[in-house]
Design a protein around this ligand. Structure first.
Ligand code: BG6
Length: 491
């Protein structure tokens, strides 16, 4: 059997994409609360002030805040061993720099973790899944300020102390490498990942497309460095509070292949892969900046005096216990900029003629997951790996009798799970798998509800209609069987 009995099967969500209740019980605004919905052809827009007439998908999301008991019961019914969720920073410290934490926010997550326990579900908690309090963006320019390091560490320590008896598995920042997508060209990655915007955007008179935000690379890499330091300090503090904690990093891993065997394509791919996929992982797992990062900084005129000797020590001491990543697709890289493009998770890539893609242009490549797991194990041989996001965003149709036949989603998962099993047989120490969006939620990239990932359907739509009721899709029963059989029964 490839999958062990204690393999962590489950699903993953983010607070801002499922909770809603965006100003309830003391919570204040965080980055995603400022974003409107888009679709596959229309980018999400940022509005500097909340417009009462506009529709903000995260404000109600799928109302998990009020329905978590029902939702966790459904996950329990599927046999989940693990539920990855994030704590919304702005529920705990509504402005990010408050003196005292907000008790109502702390209590909410106590209740959620207690509910998980009822079903024997292990929570896996991301401390920051794009949920930087809005006040930190406007007052501190996100992680560009070193003060934000202290604010994050205070928040992390508050969570570690409060939940140390309920939570063992932690992640510091979701997809910390998204500012490196597109070689650090700013935009969505800088805002989501670092809370970083230029003043002219923060105070823009009109809505701004996320893709048009223009943070400067010098600021992006300085802010990213501060985030590495914050993450490493949190790892150290967490281990002091509870030596048994498993604290990991989280990388958006879009595996890259050269489009052709032309050495120009191979080398362009090597460089992009290093920068996009390996740079942040190397800092967080090995505790040092890789040499190729310094070369990149030199080539792009980035002054690296922000990497101080003292910080280097912090990075060395705060390396992670396990490496986690999201895997949705692979893309190609070509030296020639004319090659045909396809869409992707936070960044576009070059189309692979051998792969099919989802309706959003994300290429489907199960074998790429086996390859990625092997490559990552080769790179970081001393720590376990976990796939904490993988899934298929699709349009679902509810039949007249209420059933939802999502065999396309089952096909996607079946092949990816099969390839994970093969990677385990190859010798990869894979400890768990949480699918993205086990329950439909708001898309981070497009803000849509129509891009559905769930085993559980939520009656909520892009025009704001729907009664939030939940329904089991065919994939619900299929995944239950997979978990019951420890990954043996994939039919
Ligand atoms: C990952 C994020 O990048 O991809 C999630 O961690 C996100 O927050 C997921 O939802 C899927 O992307 P999208 O754009 O389809 O929601």
């Amino acid at each position: 059997m490839a999958f062990s009995k204690n393999f962590l099967w489950g699903g993953a969500v983010a607070a801002n994409q499922c909770e809603g209740a965006y100003l309830e019980d003391g919570k204040k605004l965080s980055v995603p609360d400022m974003l409107l919905g888009g679709d596959v052809n229309t980018p999400r827009m940022f509005l500097p002030v909340t417009d009462p007439d506009a529709f903000y998908p995260s404000h109600e999301a799928i109302d998990f805040y009020h329905r978590y008991k029902e939702d966790i019961a459904l996950m329990g019914e599927m046999g989940f061993k693990c539920f990855r969720l994030s704590i919304n920073w702005s529920r705990i410290f509504p402005n990010g720099d408050d003196e005292m934490p907000n008790e109502a926010g702390l209590k909410f997550y106590d209740d959620v973790f207690d509910e998980c326990k009822k079903y024997g579900i292990e929570p896996l908690v991301t401390l920051c899944h794009y949920e930087i309090p809005w006040n930190i963006v406007t007052k501190y320019h996100g992680f560009l300020s070193r003060e934000t390091i202290d604010l994050f560490v205070k928040y992390a320590v508050t969570c570690f102390e409060r939940y140390k008896d309920k939570v063992k598995y932690w992640l510091t920042f979701n997809e910390i490498n998204i500012p490196c997508m597109g070689m650090g060209n700013g935009g969505m990655g800088a805002l989501y990942g670092l809370g970083l915007m230029e003043d002219e955007d923060i105070h823009a008179a009109n809505p701004v497309r996320l893709s048009d935000l223009k943070s400067k690379p010098q600021k992006i890499f300085e802010a990213l460095h501060n985030e590495f330091v914050a993450s490493s300090l949190a790892v150290q503090k967490g281990h002091e509070i509870c030596p048994d904690f498993m604290i990991g990093n989280m990388i958006a891993h879009t595996t890259l292949y050269p489009l052709t065997p032309n050495p120009n394509d191979v080398f362009a791919c090597f460089q992009e892969d290093n920068f996009q996929n390996n740079f942040c992982g190397d800092v967080q797992v090995r505790g040092v900046y890789p040499t190729f990062a310094y070369k990149f900084f030199r080539d792009h005129g980035i002054d690296t005096s922000f990497i101080t000797e003292e910080d280097k020590e912090i990075l060395k001491k705060g390396t992670v216990d396990y490496y986690t990543f999201s895997y949705y697709m692979t893309n190609c890289v070509a030296k020639d900029g004319q090659a045909e493009k396809t869409a992707g998770n936070m960044s576009a890539g070059v189309k692979n003629p051998y792969l099919k893609a989802s309706d959003w242009g994300w290429q489907i490549d199960p074998l790429g997951l086996r390859y990625t797991l092997n490559v990552l194990h080769g790179r970081y041989p001393d720590i376990p790996l976990m796939v904490v996001e993988n899934g298929f965003g699709a349009f679902d149709k509810v039949e007249e009798d209420g059933s939802i036949h999502d065999d396309y989603r089952i096909d996607y998962f079946r092949e990816h799970i099969r390839c994970m099993g093969e990677a385990i047989e190859d010798g990869v120490p894979l400890i768990g798998y949480t699918t993205w969006g086990p329950i439909d939620l708001v898309s981070a990239g497009t803000g849509q509800y129509a891009k559905r990932y769930g085993f559980i359907y939520v009656d909520r739509h892009d025009d704001g209609s729907g009664d939030f009721s939940r329904k089991r899709k065919d994939s619900f029963f299929w995944y239950k069987k997979v978990i019951e059989s420890d990954g043996e029964d994939l039919e």
